[in-house]
Ligand binder design. Structure first.
Ligand code: G4P
Length: 529
């Protein structure tokens, strides 16, 4: 197959959801369709089930599973589809945000009973920042959920995106009869069946008597009314608006019953984008360019504590990746080759000879990579749009074993490079402050520092809730601000100044009083991705 053919058949996306909405179930059904797995139950949920944060076995298990399920690849209708896994637990949201930088589109799963939940809103904010195309799957239609029209209104208002249903449910809950495909004009009957991969589809016209026979006169009339309302209220579905991230097509179904999944998958295959062009600090890189470019969006370290190996996940943006060939690590200005690059195939990993735009390649790393690092065939460019997001919980690291300061320093450095949390340094006394989006990370860090580096520490809570990166065209004003506010200033890993604030209000006051200084909510302020 030619390079262009390989490129055109790639689809790389993430499934995002609030925990328990059905992400794992849907992923599994998609893999079943693709023949990548043979039986239900083969995909392990990577969620930490319990709310308790002290189950360390669970954390370890989670780390193992999340490597195995980081990328799942399957073939369907001659397309090569890469699903990038995103941790559902909110404390790992930052990992999810970064994964979203490596995909070309997203499928959002919403529970029809619970509607739009907190985590859904935050994940969608990131998609909206990047104009990522989104398809919505309303799951668990076999449960008594909200009225579908109300749900659509909620999706629009809370997720700040226009929606367009492409299927429509006939009833819901115990009386759920199926979904009507609004474009294909076909009725898909619902049957409880957890293993079936074929759907029971009847091509029925809305006005046909067959519809009454199939679902009963009352439901048939209700469906006709609903469809009339939909056609009146919603604009016709426009794939271009979807690709621009302006409108999200909506499907209804039941993942666990394998229902509505095929419509979703078929539409996804028909409309979702090929690998898209990507912004760098120098220029836009087109996937069709024949020279390799790619960036690291995830690093997994010390899976086996006996080996200090790390795995860097490289998203290929252009060109063909070849095993054993030298590539330039732009930040280090160093040529590197990879003897055993691998790809994940559902439940196993295989060494690969090559990879194409959209693919994610696992590279064994001995400490050369940081998140955001770029590989090229020589050109000095750096992909942008892989920012750090403002953490919400801040704690100072206090060393409790002075004999192990070096180990502590190294451990903190490596774990934060891996992206477990963000590290800020306060110049006075070289104090270390760790910022995260969830409490769980602190337990993970403390546990891993001890297990993997033999270092022990405790954390002292800080009252900050916001961190903003600072820039200004007026260098003097910035220096003056930093001097005045030195108690609230620290530096990130790249030595950019960051301002800590206790509350939104304090942050706003500082913004108002210092109009020459810009307060950025993410670390990337020069170019947006
Ligand atoms: P997540 O990855 O988004 O966290 O969700 P997951 O797929 O693990 O699904 C969460 C729970 O919802 C699971 O039940 C799953 O079986 C159930 N579920 C998924 N899709 C549907 C659906 O269409 N209808 C109904 N009624 N339930 C659905 P569980 O009890 O937590 O786990 P399990 O023991 O069933 O695996």
């Amino acid at each position: 197959m030619s390079f262009l053919e390989e490129l055109k058949r790639r689809r790389t996306f993430a499934i995002i959801a609030h925990p328990d909405a059905g992400k794992t179930t849907l992923t599994e059904k998609l893999l079943l369709f693709g023949g990548a797995i043979q039986t239900a139950g083969a995909v392990k949920s990577n969620k930490i089930k319990k709310s308790t944060t002290s189950d360390f076995m669970e954390i370890e298990k989670q780390r193992g599973i999340s490597v195995a399920t980081s990328v799942m690849t399957f073939e369907y209708k001659n397309l090569k589809i890469n699903i990038l896994d995103t941790p559902g637990h909110k404390d790992f949201a930052e990992d999810t945000y970064r994964t979203l930088t490596a995909v070309d589109s997203v499928v959002l799963v919403v529970d029809c009973v619970k509607g739009v939940e907190e985590q859904t809103e935050r994940l969608m904010e990131v998609c909206r920042m990047r104009d990522t195309p989104v398809i919505i799957f309303v799951n668990k239609m076999d449960r008594d959920g909200q009225n579908p029209f109300d749900l659509l209104d909620e999706l629009e208002s809370k997720l700040n995106i226009k929606v367009r249903p492409l299927t429509w449910p006939v009833n819901g809950g115990s009386d759920f009869k199926g979904v009507y495909h609004l474009l294909d004009k076909k009725l898909n009957f619902f049957k409880v069946n957890k293993t079936r991969v074929e759907d029971d589809i009847l091509p029925i016209e809305l006005n046909s008597q067959l519809l009454d026979e199939a679902v009963g006169a009352k439901d048939a009339n209700q469906l006709r009314e609903d469809v009339e309302l939909i056609e009146g209220v919603y604009d016709e579905f426009d794939p271009q608006s979807y690709l621009k991230g302006e409108v999200a097509p909506v499907f209804f179904g039941s993942g666990v019953n394998n229902f509505g999944v095929m419509e979703l998958l078929d539409t996804f295959c028909a409309i979702s984008p090929n690998p898209i062009s990507r912004q760098t600090d120098k220029r836009v890189v087109e996937p069709t360019e024949n020279k390799l470019t790619g960036f690291v969006f995830k690093i997994h370290a010390n899976i086996d504590p006996k080996h200090r190996d790390r795995i860097a996940f490289l998203r290929i943006c252009s060109g063909q990746f070849e095993r054993g060939k030298f590539y330039k690590h732009v930040r280090l200005g160093k040529d590197m080759r990879f003897a055993s690059p691998f790809m994940f195939m559902a439940d196993r990993k295989d060494v690969v000879e090559d990879g194409y735009p959209g693919d994610v390649i696992g590279l064994y790393d001995t400490g050369n990579f940081k998140i955001g690092d770029t590989l090229t065939e020589g050109e000095a460019l750096q992909f942008t749009g892989i920012p750090s997001f403002s953490p919400e919980i801040f704690k100072e690291v206090i060393n409790t074993d002075p004999m192990k300061s070096k180990q502590l320093e190294k451990g903190i450095q490596q774990l934060t490079e891996e992206g477990v949390a963000q590290l800020f340094t306060v110049p006075l006394g070289n104090r270390r402050i760790i910022g995260t989006v969830g409490e769980l990370q602190f337990e993970v860090i403390q546990y891993r520092l001890l297990q993997e580096y033999g270092a022990s520490c405790r954390f002292e809570a800080k009252s900050y809730t916001k961190a903003c990166w600072l820039t200004s065209d007026d260098k003097q004003k910035l220096a003056e601000f930093i001097r005045l506010k030195h108690n609230q200033i620290a530096y990130d890993k790249d030595e950019n100044p960051v301002f800590f604030a206790e509350t939104d209000w304090i942050l706003r006051m500082n913004e108002q009083n210092n109009p020459d200084i810009t307060f950025h909510k993410t670390s990337e302020f020069k170019v947006t991705g």
